[in-house]
Design a binder for this molecule. Structure first.
Ligand SMILES: Cc1ncc(C[n+]2csc(CCOP(=O)(O)OP(=O)(O)O)c2C)c(N)n1
Length: 274
């Protein structure tokens, strides 16, 4: 594929881990055989969403929290497209929570990245549903009192067919994107992306380890559930990274003959008479 760089100057902070996510996605897609015209990206609103301006792909920079319904609309409009969604943890786990649960149920062939920095970063650091107890900011001067949600457990319980978590390192992002694209169905990928400005005290350091290196069986739901409990987003002891769970389930769009006709005949936007 061609170079996917744009001329837009990034406004992410210096050293922001979002650069790593961008590099991972870009590196992989530039090397892949999927043509530019066969990919659609969708982003929410937030720091993560600026990726839309820095990668030369078509898509929609949609409303806050609405990445998944927009992805689904695109997929139904043209099931031949590779659809990639990018959301923040505020986007995905607060505003967009209901869509997340149903996306796991629907199992449409969408690949969904959540840039998890455990804060609403663009609006200067308010707590999200995955911020740890005690975290303080100007809106929460007494500190967060509510225990965080565990999105990996939520996705497993909601029936997601591909559940992964990586750190915001370009190589890990490349790897997980490759695996997610090989997977048929909804892929939930959380990327730990510490915010250097509004959540600088968070340190995953040497607490992370790779599921691949400990003989984890990603087809075993029980093992996935057990590993998912090792990191509760509140206290950092051990953080498993990699693919927790992967299984095959019916694909949403494949259950509609009209959509399958588009797919079988590889009908795309070029075929639409204007
Ligand atoms: C419906 C709606 N609610 C609130 C906002 C304000 N808003 C813009 S960006 C943002 C924070 C986004 O946080 P997150 O999704 O975690 O992404 P990050 O900036 O951390 O990458 C918020 C709350 C909005 N634009 N639309």
């Amino acid at each position: 594929m061609t170079n996917l760089s744009t001329n837009t100057k990034p406004t992410w902070c210096q050293g922001c881990y979002n650069f790593q996510i961008l590099a991972g996605v870009k590196n992989f897609l530039e090397k892949s055989k999927i043509g530019r015209e066969n990919i659609a990206i969708v982003t929410g609103i937030g720091c993560h969403a600026k990726i839309f301006d820095y990668i030369n792909l078509n898509g929609i920079n949609t409303l806050h929290g609405r990445v998944l319904p927009t992805c689904l609309g695109i997929k139904i409009g043209n099931p031949n497209l590779t659809v990639l969604g990018f959301a923040g943890d505020g986007d995905a786990y607060a505003e967009g929570m209901e869509h997340l649960i149903h996306a796991a149920r629907y199992n449409s062939d969408i690949k969904y990245f959540v840039h998890n920095n455990q804060v609403f970063a663009l609006t200067v650091g308010q707590p999200t549903p995955v911020t740890e107890v005690g975290f303080k900011d100007k809106t929460t001067p007494q500190g967060v009192k509510i225990y965080p949600l565990n999105p990996i457990k939520l996705m497993l319980a909601s029936g997601a067919s591909f559940v992964a978590r990586v750190f915001a390192d370009s190589k890990q992002v490349e790897y997980v994107l490759k695996e997610a694209l090989k997977h048929k169905g909804f892929a939930f990928i959380e990327v730990l992306q510490p915010c250097l400005i509004f959540h600088p005290d968070i340190s995953y350091g040497n607490k992370v380890y790779s599921l691949d290196k400990v003989g984890h069986d990603k087809s075993n739901f029980g093992q996935a559930w057990k590993r998912a409990q090792e990191f509760d987003y509140n206290t950092v002891k051990k953080i498993p990274l990699g693919i927790f769970y992967q299984t095959q389930k019916p694909i949403f769009e494949e259950q509609f003959p009209q959509l399958m006709n588009l797919k079988k005949n590889k009908i795309g936007w070029k075929d639409v008479k204007r």
